[in-house]
Design a protein around this ligand. Structure first.
Ligand code: BG6
Ligand code: MG
Length: 215
């Protein structure tokens, strides 16, 4: 019997480079507010919700913001982000992703996307990949964001594969923790320091053969 029957992908930073756009949109907002923000701080934002990301950015501010102001700022960042993802096309799939998904399909491995982004379906449709996955979690139905395992457990349930038979792929520290807590095998891509708790660390999915070997 196959060791793994399901592969669950994060979206931003795994399937496409939207992690970059999230960073650029936050950077624009932080610069406007005169708050220090850099790529090292940004690593902590990966995988966490919009409002939690804002809270991390505001740690560097002396000013206290009201809930109303925070809502306004988070929305402003989202407007910058939405403008950036408008021009995404199928050419923006990260290297190796398409071939890997095709190979999984050939091997009858179930696939899902587990993204906490409220913009996930826009990105997925601009990439033209909605029908390539057996299930895509709707972030609106998830109560607890990563590092809580809820989103990965929800994906596993909906593809009908027990968690211990699933592999999760993430570029964020919070996401790797979520996968491990879900009892799945964790593959980390991107910044090796950020995903160092993963069971397998790859530069990107051009090395997906390393995952196929595990199946
Ligand atoms: C995750 C990103 O996929 O989505 C985070 O890694 C982001 O950086 C989160 O904050 C929420 O995204 P959105 O589109 O709902 O603001
Ligand atoms: Mg990500």
């Amino acid at each position: 019997m196959a060791k793994y029957n399901g592969v669950i992908f994060d979206l931003d930073g795994v399937i496409t480079d939207t992690a970059r756009y999230h960073y650029l949109a936050w950077k624009k907002l932080a610069d406007e507010l005169g708050i220090y923000f850099d790529e090292a701080i940004n690593e902590r934002l990966k995988g966490v919700s919009r409002i939690e990301s804002l809270e991390i950015i505001l740690e560097k501010s002396d000013k206290k913001y009201s809930d109303e102001e925070k809502k306004y700022l988070a929305n402003k960042k989202n407007e910058y982000y939405k403008e950036m993802i408008k021009n995404i096309t199928p050419n923006d799939l990260l290297v190796g992703v398409e071939a890997f998904i095709q190979e999984l399909k050939m091997r009858n491995i179930k696939t899902a996307i587990a993204s906490v982004s409220k913009n996930a379906f826009t990105v997925i449709d601009n990439l033209g990949i909605r029908d390539k996955f057996d299930y895509i979690v709707d972030a609106n139905e998830i109560k607890n964001g990563k590092p809580d395992p809820e989103i990965f457990l929800n994906a596993a349930k909906n593809i009908g594969v027990p968690p211990e038979k699933c592999i999760g792929i993430e570029d964020s520290g919070a996401g790797i923790t979520a996968i491990k807590r879900a009892g799945m095998f964790a593959v980390g891509v991107g910044n090796p320091e950020t995903v160092k708790e993963a069971d397998l660390v790859l530069k990107d999915l051009s090395n997906a053969d390393e995952i196929l070997k595990l199946l």
